[in-house]
Write a protein that binds this ligand. Sequence first.
Ligand SMILES: [Zn+2]
Length: 312
Amino acid sequence: MDNKVYAIADVGGTKILLLLVGPDQNVILRQKLPTPPEATPELVVKVIEVALSRALQEVAVSPQSLAGLGVCIAALLDFEGGVIYEAPNLDWHEPIPFRDLLQRRFSCPVYLENDTNAAILGEVTYGAARGHRDAAYITISTGIGAGLYLDGRIYRGSGGFAGEIGHFKRFGKGRRCGCGGSDCLESWASGEGIARSGRMLWDESDPSIGPLNTAAVFDWAEEGDILAGSIIKQAVEDIGISLANLATLLNPSCMVIGGGVARHRPALVGQIREKMKHFAVAPVIKVSPLEVVAAQLEPEAGAWGMHAMMCR
Ligand SMILES: [Zn+2]
């Protein structure tokens, strides 16, 4: 049995989730902190360091007895070298030796992983994809991305950037994407893409309309508004086509759908499942069974993936 204590931080654009996990996956402490606005990498490291030392004090665990620190983050990063190349949510666009910055502050081993890669490892180890050797985790949130688990291990690609399906092209017409390209899947079908489509149709300065966010478009669609319904229908179709292509390429036995938008709109998983089964080449659906399921560990799938990685 593993009787060690692990620290985990999931760094998001608006908040940082901190977990201290003891023996038997027992959560000793769970904390959410705001990500400082316009945070530099040094500042994020400082926030983690200060919060963690306070947390350890609180539960009377000495920092020396920490068995590992696992950090996952929505970023294009090189796992081997621990370098972040691009973290759009944090507005980091230059290479940052982020794992080294952390390692200078902690004596335990430090692991740095992309959040969706961590999430698929979490779901395969403890969640919805348990027992699968070939699986993918898809996040539908502000953006869209995938973590791939192939032949029993995380698949990162040659540079560590595999799974960026949010930038599949070409969807819609004439919309710039945060990656610098245009008409990427996520510029139309992510939470932010859906809100942008809403803002094209309605004037949010009109007090009877109110703030035009993802939830508003979903709510109106559910109330029967035809325009809002067509935005959601198109987003589901775009995601369905993309996941069908992913299934056709990889032939996984399980696809786990997570992320904030999917979590708040549970009907979405079934709608996407129907679309993708329609578009994928038949044998990947009919001959080898493909489960398309909601994530089980949300919103902590990434954090538990880091736990799984450190316990191995
Ligand atoms: Zn893009």
